[in-house]
Design a protein around this ligand. Structure first.
Ligand code: MSP
Length: 551
């Protein structure tokens, strides 16, 4: 779990360098499920927030297309692996980004020449440095994980695998493999890795992952087998093309090949590399934290490159207490949810309901309840009531506020505090906390409306003028909504744009994207006379009718 105490932000935007965030590159063995989309949404929320700071950002995602797992899936589908991945990327993986509204800057596929060429350069560099040698290997390999397993990694099987030891993630026994492989000298980096961990306490977050990685590094770290000869769906090793590169070894390099690794000095790629690397945050699920926190830094040390500033290992979406997965057929597709609730509600739910860094169980009931309570009743109602009252009492034009009282001062103060708290939470990648901090404003504005009862004031004729108490109350709510729109733009871009529009803000203040989050809470920005128009941000959804449909 992410600690709630504030720590020094690790993500200081060094002059000119983009805030660089990555997701894992996804295996194109099947269509995406909400567990995969979870990492993408988290990265999108984080990067859109940094863009709202008006900072340069680079957000990379993509697909991992080589290796045995993808090859076997292609064979099962009766296709060659290249057409299989081409089709699946185009029909499922890229559309998933639209489904959940991801604004990535780049999408890398490991079958693209830009990746293949740069991986080969990197392989040559490891080889020339003496970090790769030829050896014999015998071990247990799980194709689902694309990883060799140690006996201690396995658990007793159930059902058809009763009596055998199986991979806990995939429920199947790993296969026994004996091959002549090339190895990467991972064990040579133990001391350097430990020193880096010691000096950078936030290199791996949350702390539980950090501790797990340190004990893993201390426990007899073995060299890594990095090539395969039993199939050819991969990148050939430049000095021995009978071997293809182990899928993880080339996949990790994507974070650098996508931004111009080892391009000629003076080239566009070299400039891109200087402007992005090292990455600020690699977002990964905890199941793949070891590869990112141990193998990857050792590879970078070998290449003489800077290490990423942070690896953030998030938890799992669980179904029936187990990790949701394609192979266990417990996968739910993001479309199933967005078709009913829309992409903004989707993003809100996953970022708010689950502590980022911990596991969480998805449930339709919980999602439906949050949609109606938080979104339709909470935010949606606030915006529509405010617009309706300004329409009724002031002809749809924002009045001029009168003198502020303690009640208005409290609303304003809370706006400042909640933006500041959200900013601090974002620096710790405590994404759920950032959402709840912004949401304090929604709750506070609703409470303020109830306390001030503008509908009662509206019955008095002398209130229907500039400077009245009624005018002050409605301006205060409108200002809160303006701050909320800026504060929620990273999380719910579509709805925030609608809200911005309904507040007449584009003409008065410019586009939502160009409102710096740091000064969003500065009060009194919407000028008197701004047209406020009706809006229905979250149409109510009849959950009982939905359930009846499902039955
Ligand atoms: N291809 C590798 C990553 C290589 S990165 C250099 C891979 N791909 S994956 O498709 O299996 O998983 C991609 C991401 O989805 C991982 O971060 C994984 O943790 C995440 N998730 C898969 N199932 C998940 C849940 N049920 N819940 C949350 N995230 C999950 O691993």
């Amino acid at each position: 779990m992410v600690s709630a105490e504030s720590t020094t932000p690790v993500h200081d935007a060094a002059a000119g360098k983009a805030f660089y965030v990555t997701t894992p590159i996804y295996y194109v063995s099947a269509a995406p499920h909400i567990g995969n989309a979870y990492t993408s949404v988290a990265g999108d929320f984080l990067t859109r927030w940094h863009r709202q700071r008006q900072a340069p950002v680079w957000y990379l995602t993509g697909t991992d297309e080589h290796g045995e797992k993808v090859l076997r899936s292609a064979e099962t589908a009766g296709k060659d692996p290249q057409s299989f991945t081409d089709e699946l990327v185009a029909s499922a993986w890229q559309p998933m980004l639209n489904t959940v509204d991801i604004a990535n800057d780049d999408f890398i596929r490991t079958t693209q020449p830009r990746h293949v060429e740069r991986v080969q350069r990197a392989l040559t560099a490891f080889y020339e440095r003496g970090d790769i040698y030829l050896g014999e290997f015998e071990g247990l390999y799980c194709v689902g994980c694309e990883e060799f397993k140690l006996p201690g990694d396995l658990e007793p099987g159930e059902g058809e695998y009763e009596g055998q030891m199986v991979c806990p993630m995939h429920g199947k026994p790993p296969k026994s493999v004996a091959e002549k492989n090339y190895f990467f000298k991972l064990s040579a980096y133990v001391d350097k890795l430990l020193a880096h961990y010691e000096a950078n306490r936030e290199f791996v977050v949350p702390e539980s992952s950090y501790n797990e990685m340190v004990s893993f590094i201390k426990s007899d770290l073995r060299d890594l087998s990095i090539s395969r000869t039993s199939f050819d769906w991969g990148i050939p090793l430049p000095w021995d093309p009978e071997h293809v590169c182990y899928v993880w070894f080339e996949a990790l390099l994507n974070y650098t090949t996508a931004v111009g690794l080892f391009d000629e000095p003076g080239s566009e790629g070299a400039a891109k590399f200087a402007g992005t690397w090292p990455a600020d945050v690699h977002l990964v699920g905890k199941d793949i934290a070891r590869f990112h926190s141990v193998t990857w830094p050792a590879m970078l040390m070998s290449l003489g490159l800077d290490l990423p500033k942070q690896i953030f290992a998030h938890g799992w979406l669980l179904v029936g207490g187990k990790k949701m997965s394609k192979s266990k057929l417990t996968a739910i597709s993001p479309n199933d949810i967005t078709d009913v609730f829309g992409s903004d509600a989707y993003r809100y739910y996953f970022m708010r309901a689950i502590t980022f860094g911990g596991d969480g169980s998805f449930s339709w009931e919980d999602l439906g309840a949050r949609y109606n309570n938080d979104l339709a009743n909470g935010l949606g109602n606030l915006a529509s009531r405010n617009a309706a009252m300004i329409g009724k009492y002031f002809g749809g034009s924002l009045p001029a506020a009168g003198e502020a009282t303690a009640a208005e001062a409290a609303v304003r103060e809370l706006a400042e505090q909640s933006i500041a708290a959200a900013e601090a939470a974002i620096d710790r990648v405590a994404l759920h906390e950032a959402v709840s901090s912004v949401w304090q404003m929604v709750d506070r504005a609703n409470l303020y409306i109830t306390e001030q009862a503008p509908w009662v004031l509206g019955k008095q004729a002398d209130q229907l003028v500039d400077g009245s108490r009624l005018a002050t109350v409605l301006v205060t709510v409108s200002e809160s909504l303006r701050v909320i729109a800026v504060g929620l733009n990273a999380l719910m871009p579509k709805v925030s744009a609608q809200l911005w529009e309904s507040l007449g803000a584009p003409a008065a203040l410019g586009s939502l994207a160009e409102q710096p989050i740091q000064t969003a809470a500065a009060w009194g920005r919407l000028p008197a006379g701004t047209p406020i128009t009706k809006v229905n941000l979250f149409p109510r959804i009849d959950l009982a009718a939905l359930e009846a449909d499902e039955a």
